[in-house]
Design a protein around this ligand. Sequence first.
Ligand SMILES: [Fe+2]
Length: 296
Amino acid sequence: MGSNYPVDMSVKPDVKAFFDPETWTISYVVKDPNSDACAVVDSVMDIDYAAGRITYKSADEIIAYIKEQGLKLEWLIETHVHADHLSAAPYIQDALGGKIGIGEHIVTVQETFGKVFNEGTEFQRDGSQFDRLFKDGDTYTVGTMHCFAMHTPGHTPACMVHVMGDATFTGDTLFMPDGGSARADFPGGDAGVLYDSIQKVLALPDDMRLFMCHDYGPNGRDIAWETTVGAEKEHNIHVGGGKSKDDFVKFRTERDAQLAMPRLIIPSLQVNMRAGELPPPDQDGKTFLKVPVNGL
Ligand SMILES: [Fe+2]
């Protein structure tokens, strides 16, 4: 349970958010309050999928910010293998250094989608594309700040929530209170497992700051990305007010059956299961993304 994790609410990192309106993703630069060290959480590589064009405007903004602030990048955290945007972690790593980390169950995701995309043997399914594979409760440091990862499967098998002092990065376990929760119908997803994972997040202290990976501005409100455990417990429309697991699973399953595939799922999975690298070029040096017909 949450109480066994090494929570330290006295450490209050500076959190700078970057919103990508193309994919409704929020990326973060998290700075250790006692040094110049920082981490990047869930960066975005831009793609014009119709044109097959990759660009780096979003990532360049993050790189420029880290340089301007004179920060030292130590970690590039991926909360999970995103299905709705491409990661820019390797691009930012090339510019600034740092280690790329994801949950150890990435190997399950690589196994699943290695088959879907009929990848050859050059695609390793052992997570070796990443610098660190986190287990539940694993700790790491950003400068002097002690951080830890919580395994929170349900949306995907490899989802991790990262806690840095009094700031928690929820990935796709939770959305803002009026946004509810993420879908649980991708391969390896499970609504009941997601409910249990959300309870782990809600077991953190009430005044823990929570930072979302996505916001869609429900009911026309402005985009928002920060809330607290207390606010989620009370007001989250899917799990707040003590909603039961049975009710959540029923609701989530019915809702997910109506959702279309994310627009960028096909390029996102192929890139993100490789830690944000594009597939290797062919014999002519050209890079391609595949579209599996009736494969998803
Ligand atoms: Fe996701």
